[in-house]
Design a protein around this ligand. Structure first.
Ligand SMILES: [Zn+2]
Length: 93
């Protein structure tokens, strides 16, 4: 009973997402998708875009800093994860 209910709920969500996609695509500007933020940071660290070791406290060099803790995940645009520095609001390339 429980598993039937779960499957039913999932297919309902999927149907709603499919139904709304064309409407969103037709009227909205480019929008990002959002993966799990922890996964996004792990990917960026593995790719060398961010580092998982850094400074303590306030950011000592906002221009050069690539410490993951100083960045916000801003979504995935055209397959690329984007991160913005919390103080400068600049995006890493
Ligand atoms: Zn920093």
């Amino acid at each position: 009973m429980l598993s039937y209910s779960g499957v039913n709920e999932r297919s309902k969500v999927q149907t709603e997402a499919q139904a709304s996609t064309p409407l969103v695509a037709a009227s909205a500007p480019r929008t990002p998708t959002f993966k799990d933020a922890g996964q996004a940071f792990s990917d960026a660290i593995n790719a060398g875009r961010l580092t998982d070791v850094g400074h303590q406290g306030i950011c000592p060099d906002v221009q050069a800093c690539r410490y993951a803790a100083c960045y916000m995940y801003m979504g995935t645009w055209d397959g690329r994860d984007t991160f913005k520095h919390i103080l400068t609001r600049r995006y890493i390339p």
